[in-house]
Design a binder for this molecule. Structure first.
Ligand code: NI
Ligand code: MN
Length: 242
């Protein structure tokens, strides 16, 4: 697919580093703690924006050090924002929005949408309320629109996301156990009218059993027009071919 110059690097699990118009965006920074993250991606110091779908450890674990070293704006849901503030992230750095709301950060427009999941935050062994989990639609300066579904099962209102935001590329979990598996994700592609999909949230841990091969087969039935782009951790979609 044509990413219009936007570079999308999968850091493994649900974590992406995206470069657009000279800016660096991190989605769900699970890096040093992420067994699937390549060594070269584990300890970034710089970000221009940090976007968080929900507060589970496998999405949040490396957010605080990156927020501190980069001073980048952090987009998250309001209750998770309150928790981040309690851990020292300055209010001025937080864009604690809610579903249906949008905010502009580092030249991109970020909209929070529904996700069918849960959102407790492990605060030193105690599970605290993090608000609803979410998905994010990001419209980059180049005009490319990406939907990162966060952790979710398939839900019928993905059709509303398609109608409202017309994503060019969707990033969907396929691992099963904590999220939908390949069959649900294939139906999601149909509801989202997705031109292209990158599967994520599989293979990181043994319980995440969904595979790109099974996803490819399910797409044949549910959404044959969707282009499947399978990345390996560390690989970049939109990079010039070497
Ligand atoms: Ni989760
Ligand atoms: Mn997760």
């Amino acid at each position: 697919m044509d990413t219009r110059g936007v570079k999308i690097t999968w850091c493994g699990h649900a974590t992406f580093r995206i470069q657009s118009a000279g800016k660096t965006y991190y989605i769900d920074p699970f890096l040093a703690h992420n067994p699937a993250c390549p060594e070269a991606e584990k300890n970034p110091k710089h970000a221009d924006a940090i976007l968080l779908t929900h507060g589970h450890t496998d999405h949040l674990a490396d957010l605080l050090p990156l927020a501190k070293s980069s001073s980048a704006p952090v987009v998250c849901i309001i209750e998770t924002g309150a928790w981040l503030a309690s851990k020292g992230v300055p209010q001025s750095q937080l864009h604690a929005i809610n579903k249906g709301g949008s905010v502009s950060v580092a030249g991109a427009k970020v909209t929070m949408v529904h996700a069918l999941h849960s959102n407790g935050i492990d605060d030193g062994g105690r599970m605290v309320y993090g608000g609803d989990p979410a998905g994010l639609v990001i419209e980059f300066a180049e005009g490319l629109r990406i939907y990162h579904a966060g952790d979710t099962d398939v839900f019928g209102d993905m059709a509303l996301i398609a109608e409202l935001y017309k994503p060019d590329l969707v990033l969907l979990p396929i691992g099963d156990f904590f999220t939908m598996g390949p069959r649900g994700a294939a139906l999601a592609c149909r509801l989202l009218k997705a031109p292209a999909v990158v599967p994520m949230h599989f293979g990181t841990f043994p319980v995440l059993t969904g595979t790109p091969q099974e996803f490819r087969e399910q797409l044949r039935s549910f959404s044959p027009s969707t282009e499947l782009v399978v990345l390996k951790p560390g690989e970049t979609l939109g990079a010039p071919r070497s």
